[in-house]
Design a protein around this ligand. Structure first.
Ligand code: PMP
Length: 395
């Protein structure tokens, strides 16, 4: 994944090559789309667009077939070891996916007196649905205790030792995040599984990992029961996403059936996006974005007025820190004197599109605003260097 590979990859994104004066550094919010995805959607809409699941003619049958085979494609992409028994449910993104797990599965799975552990400093989308599930159950007279998944203050990772101590006989569910959307660190899911034992279902918010780094469910270190992700952050259209559910261990996750009109164009785009990611090689994308991230964090940490959030200072590739503490395409920081929203405007005046607010992190508000730079396969070292020189000029 040197410059040649990268130039070829970048050229597949018309919006990126069409705007050479701008740098899109907000891929954690949503990714840009490669030509293959745009063409797949156009082909579908101009050759066989129809509703799914109720067809008596070829376009409708083809649409149904596209939806059903894309479920299998999602399983294949995730290296699902049990594709015969798992389920894939399409959603508009991670928020709806987590809400679906809470409403369609968790509320019927929990019993009076059970407790669940959920993250209090990750994306709000991974907290609100669990609190809502508790409220729904309380209305039915079922009392469930919601406990905080413990964190380590400095690294932004979970505190796995405290978690092992917090797990009790009534702990019945854990919600966690794969890659943190503010700190960019890998949250060490295998250590969560070690802490909670084999029988507690784990639901993983994989919004910042699917499409960014390999998410392979046949890897024993990724032993989870639900994987929730946003297709639109992984090269597919806005309004696309999915939940993968392992059915072997726990109760069966209700499939979505054909009760409404699915986002067929979104599903077609997801399939094309997964094909594109496999062909481009997610491992290479991960190495590329990690190299760029390291370039940014290392130099930013040395510019006086900037505080990089969530991790110890040196994150160089040869850093003695474990790989898991390196960042995956996300760097969030503040300037000592310039408010983050002002910094966002200043950066845009130089052509950089970044996120500058409280980043939907649970437990924060606008007073906690920061600037987030998030990267994908189309970003370049030149963009990072230009960004650093603008940031340095504000020192
Ligand atoms: N969880 C995480 C970790 C995220 O980064 C995001 C998006 N910023 C979400 C959930 C919400 O995803 P969506 O917008 O697709 O609902």
């Amino acid at each position: 994944e040197g410059p040649l590979w990268q130039r070829e990859v970048r050229e597949q994104f018309p919006i990126v090559t069409g705007h050479p004066d701008l740098a899109y550094l907000d891929s954690a919010a949503t990714s840009q789309k490669p030509r293959a995805v745009l063409e797949a959607v156009q082909t579908y809409l101009t050759t066989s667009n129809a509703n799914a699941g109720r067809g008596t003619y070829p376009w409708a049958n083809r649409t149904t077939d596209l939806v059903e085979t894309t479920r299998e494609r999602v399983k294949e992409f995730l290296h699902d070891p049990e594709p015969g028994s798992s389920a894939v449910h399409f959603t508009s993104g991670t928020t709806e996916g987590l809400r679906t797990v809470a409403r369609d599965w968790l509320v019927s799975y929990l019993r009076d007196g059970d407790e669940i552990l959920v993250p209090y400093a990750d994306h709000r989308a991974n907290l609100d649905p669990w609190l809502e599930a508790r409220r729904l159950l309380a209305e039915r007279g079922v009392q469930v205790r919601v406990r905080a998944l413990p964190y380590q203050a400095v690294s932004g990772d979970y505190d796995h030792r405290a978690l092992a101590e917090a797990i009790g006989p009534r702990s019945r569910f854990v919600a966690a995040t794969h890659v943190h959307h503010v700190y960019g660190g890998d949250m060490n899911v295998h250590r969560i599984r070690e802490a909670v034992g084999p029988d507690v279902p784990i639901c993983l918010d994989a919004a910042q990992s699917v499409g960014h780094l390999p998410v392979h469910l046949d890897d024993p270190s990724l032993d989870v029961d639900f994987v929730v992700f946003s297709g639109h952050k992984a090269m597919a259209l806005p309004g696309s996403g999915a939940v993968w559910a392992r059915n072997a261990r726990g109760p069966v996750f209700r499939p979505d059936g054909w009760q409404g009109t699915p986002n067929t164009a979104g599903i077609v785009s997801l399939r094309a996006a997964l094909d594109w990611l496999d062909a481009t090689c997610v491992e290479r994308i991960a190495r590329w974005t990690t190299t760029l991230t390291t370039r940014l964090t290392d130099r930013l940490g040395r510019l006086g007025p900037y505080e990089v959030l969530g991790c110890p200072v040196s994150l160089a590739a040869d850093s003695p820190l474990p790989a898991a503490q390196r960042r995956h395409g996300i760097v969030t920081f503040r300037h000592r004197d310039i408010p983050s929203d002002d910094l966002g405007f200043i950066l845009f005046s130089h052509g950089f599109m970044v996120r500058a607010d409280s980043l939907c992190q649970a437990g924060t508000d606008e007073r906690d605003a920061s600037v987030r730079v998030s990267l994908h396969a189309y970003n370049t070292p030149e963009e990072i260097d230009r960004l650093l020189s603008v940031l340095a000029s504000l020192s």
